[in-house]
Design a protein around this ligand. Sequence first.
Ligand code: ADP
Ligand code: ASP
Ligand code: MG
Length: 386
Amino acid sequence: MAIVVQKYGGSSVADVEKLGRVADKVVAARRAGEDVVVVVSAMGKTTDQLLALAKQVDETPPRRELDMLLTTGERVSMALLSMAIQKRGVDAISFTGSQSGIITNDRHFDARIIEVRPHRIEDELARGKVVIVAGYQGMSYRREITTLGRGGSDTTAIALAAALGAARAEIYSDVDGVYSADPRVVPEARHLPELTYEQMQEMASVGAKVLNAQAVEFARRAGIAIHARSTFQPGRESVVRRAVDGGGTAVIGQKGIVRARVRDASALRDALAIASEYALPARDVSLESEGATMVLATSLAPDWAATRARLEREVPGIAMESGLGAASIVGGAVSEALLDVIAALGRREIVARGVVQNATRISALVREDDVDRAVQTLHEEIVAKE
Ligand code: ADP
Ligand code: ASP
Ligand code: MG
């Protein structure tokens, strides 16, 4: 029988009523004859609430204990969903990340999956059960409980799909796929029926949270097609795969950006080492004769205040410009769009504090308050005119 992996995000399991509707969908897939593995996120905003709770106790909580705390969120939803499915007369069993054989490196908060040994899942599928897996978590080779970074349930789903040789991975959320911009910011954004792994990975890496960047990277390596769908509004989907016809351009906004400048290569090395230690994503690193700069995405870091203090203490001469955001264009139009991007922002009096371009992306750094307007402008003037 074909194995299908379905992943349901936080908004899809936000309350008991929604959880019941998810159970109905899972039961329908099982009754249609598929072997179903379901990966769940924590209910609603649980992970944010648990993080806030930890910070009430300690502004910079020990990362190991933070992972112990955060993994409880997914444990609640996996158990409740398993109960709901069993109540509907279908056999089901829930497993934590470690029970599912998800082995990670020994980093806390942003661990990477290094191996998946899904024997218990395979055994239970063979017994005819639906298997529910807690997303976002694993166990390090030192037998410590780890988490996979924000949005990491997507990664669990893809890693399991690869290890189980699944026919496909279905990622269910509150949007019916990937759009040319976040539909909350640009209501007229276009639905993109197909995207390449590379485009989706680049979009995710600059803040399009509809799919997690690491998950897309795993899918690319394993050749697994990702079907992004809406849980409660079935119909359309976006498929992320190797070769697509056309693709499309997308605009992505990201807030909480800090640009750091350092004096030389050795200071750059120190700054990047600290960023990595604190799970702070750094990108667009550039080293020139006058010094080096990098872009830090602080909203993804567990404790930016502590990271900043450490950078200021240990990297002499570091200068940080905060209150920034980024508006990025990814996809088809990028190769010719640089001057259009600068001109379009200029016409709306949005000051570009910096622009970087590579083969697949243009990112403009703007004031944080201007991010949404910059995304709307670039969508209107570049994507919509394609
Ligand atoms: P889940 O909790 O199910 O994992 P997420 O909140 O992580 O869901 O991702 C879905 C959200 O991603 C949507 O609500 C949407 O606002 C946002 N999003 C950002 N960029 C895009 C985009 N380009 N296309 C679709 N959704 C996007
Ligand atoms: N619950 C985790 C988070 O909020 C993982 C996920 O939703 O994918 O980041
Ligand atoms: Mg998500």
